[in-house]
Design a protein around this ligand. Structure first.
Ligand code: EPU
Length: 339
């Protein structure tokens, strides 16, 4: 294990906020992760886990130890008539894993192409895009319990997956380090092209000609047209969750705004795109505190001047207060603050 002191984490977070870790370890094996846990237990507190840095917000100074597990490897565990069970280590790049599966003929992850970050972080917020969520293809995962250093397996029903949520963000937050994830993928494509933007982009192609590769390619094109590339314009993707509201609120909103966009969640609830609310309130493209709401997608806050997290949070809070005052709706922040 190589222990580093006062490490600059600005290149390791896609929001590019300035941040210095008091202690930092990059662990390439399970043994190294365990060694770092033990070292932290005996020497410094608190312990923070960093993945790909694409869905977190870092303070300017982080005391204790920042541990970045970079475990690698993909393994086909099992195959039957309909499915493959594929186990992937937490430190693999998510998008590369999606493309690896496509090239091997393991289908199902195509709608989740080009999502930044590492595999290990994906179940924590149950990543989702274009009509598919990670939990749709999830089989199980392995995670190290931080307090004991023992490896535990979690089945799907134990992960309490919901929209951008899991037990690892809720009840068991900061108690486990995910070390590998196993997916149950399809042998024969079972495409999901119902998401409006995806359906529209594929409209010119006959249904039978649409392959998982075409779906992945189209998803990537849509993402590139709306979502800023973190290398060019620092960001953490959606800054807020899309709020789920009851039918009474929807009916009231529809009377006021006939152009309201919403998606059904269940018989009594609908989801309103936070981007729609933020744009309607006039924030799209607006710059405050040297931080900006993205020109093409109001759900994304961009940090072109690499300002500290405090500035990013000031803009986020101003947006939340304005949306609450204007529509009576609470916006929940999506990226997690490392504290
Ligand atoms: N919209 C606007 N203005 C905007 C943005 C969106 O009016 O500035 C409206 C449009 O009417 C559009 C609708 O919102 O039709 C939905 O927009 P989009 O398809 O871009 O999706 P989203 O609801 O804004 C969610 C996810 C994204 C994911 C896309 C596609 C959340 C918080 N975000 O965004 O996830 O890529 O759907 O499935 O659920 C992420 O989590 O980082 C992320 C990018």
């Amino acid at each position: 294990m190589k222990l580093l002191k006062r490490v600059n984490l600005q290149p390791l977070n896609t929001m590019a906020v300035p941040s210095v870790a008091e202690h930092f370890v990059r662990a390439g094996s399970l043994d190294e992760v365990k060694e770092a846990l033990l070292w932290a237990k005996n020497n410094v507190q608190p312990l923070h886990i960093l993945g790909g840095g694409s869905n977190c917000l870092l303070p300017e100074n982080i005391s204790g130890l920042v541990l970045q597990p970079i475990l690698r490897g993909v393994k086909l565990l099992e195959s039957n008539e309909r499915h493959y069970l594929v186990k992937v280590a937490a430190g693999e790049n998510w998008n590369r894993f999606v493309h690896h599966c496509l090239s091997k003929g393991y289908f199902g992850l195509e709608n989740l192409a080009l999502i930044p970050g590492l595999v290990g972080a994906a179940p924590i917020q149950n990543i989702g895009a274009y009509g598919v969520e990670l939990c749709d293809l999830f089989h199980s995962l392995e995670a190290l319990e931080i307090s004991t250093g023992t490896l535990r397996r979690f089945e799907k029903d134990e992960c309490e997956f919901a929209y951008r949520h899991s037990v690892f963000k809720g009840r068991l937050s900061k108690q486990f380090i995910i070390t590998s994830v196993t997916f149950r993928l399809f042998k024969h494509p079972e495409l999901n092209v119902t998401y409006p933007a995806l359906r529209a982009a594929l409209a010119g192609i006959p249904r039978k000609a649409i392959s998982p590769q075409i779906v992945a390619h189209t998803v990537m094109e849509i993402r590139r047209s709306k979502l800023p590339s973190p290398e060019l314009l620092p960001n953490v993707g959606s800054f807020f969750k899309n709020p789920v509201v009851d039918m009474e609120t929807i009916e009231h909103m529809e009377q006021l705004y006939p152009d309201l966009v919403s998606y059904e969640v269940d018989a009594n609830h609908k989801k309103i795109p936070a981007g729609w609310l933020i744009e309607k309130a006039g924030w799209k493209g607006r710059e405050e505190f040297n931080v900006k709401v993205h020109d093409q997608q109001a759900l994304v806050i961009v940090n072109p001047n690499k300002m500290p997290v405090t500035k990013v949070l000031r803009l986020a809070k101003a947006i939340q207060a304005n949306i609450k005052a204007r529509f009576g709706i609470d916006l929940e922040q999506e990226p997690q603050l490392l504290l």
